[in-house]
Design a protein around this ligand. Sequence first.
Ligand code: GAR
Length: 222
Amino acid sequence: MSTPAQGAALRVAVLISGRGSNLQALIDAIADGQLAADIVAVICNHSDAPGVERAEAAGLATYVAVRRDFASRAAHDEAMLRIAQEHGADLVVLAGFDRILSPAWTQAFPNRMINVHPSLLPAFAGGINPKPQADALAAGVKIAGCTVHIVTDDVDGGPIVAQAAVPVLPDDTVDTLANRILAQEHRLLPLVVQWFAEGCVRLENGRIVVPGVVPARWWSEV
Ligand code: GAR
């Protein structure tokens, strides 16, 4: 899945809607030599998102595509898709993107789109930060976390690539829990993108297998 051409770095398009801290984690991992990828485009659907500044500060090709500037939801979706395609993306990363994309995306990037979600899926699927974390807190779970999964047309239901767990502490607020989870997202997302860069993410019988990766080394910071 998503192996770059021999010797070429993985070309990644990142979609964001807000703060962009996961985008920053990818930028930093590339700068640190931990991630062999090129971010070829950053696409944001909100003009005032702080993540846009991060992308521009890093000198990345940055596009703001706001829904109201397009005649329809489909036209908006299509314009963003064209940007990712024109930049020759091998992999699309949804890093805090707050819209559900059309099936045209999953057709254009089959098994080549990933999303980071702030819960241990399949629990607390479907919401946007901070709802999944708030729901986990309200449910009284003792372990929470984040998931990086393949994007399919089943929202938050695609094959799980990796997860990281954190404890829920007795005095947690939504913010403290979300921040603890976010720190794990920043660790997990660059790692998963690196697996794609190495071409070692395989889909077997609907489940993701990453040969040679031992979950115990990365799954938890508890
Ligand atoms: C992250 O916590 C991410 O998991 C979540 O939005 C936040 C974005 O933060 N994504 C979702 O809720 C998707 N359902 P960031 O903009 O700082 O990366």
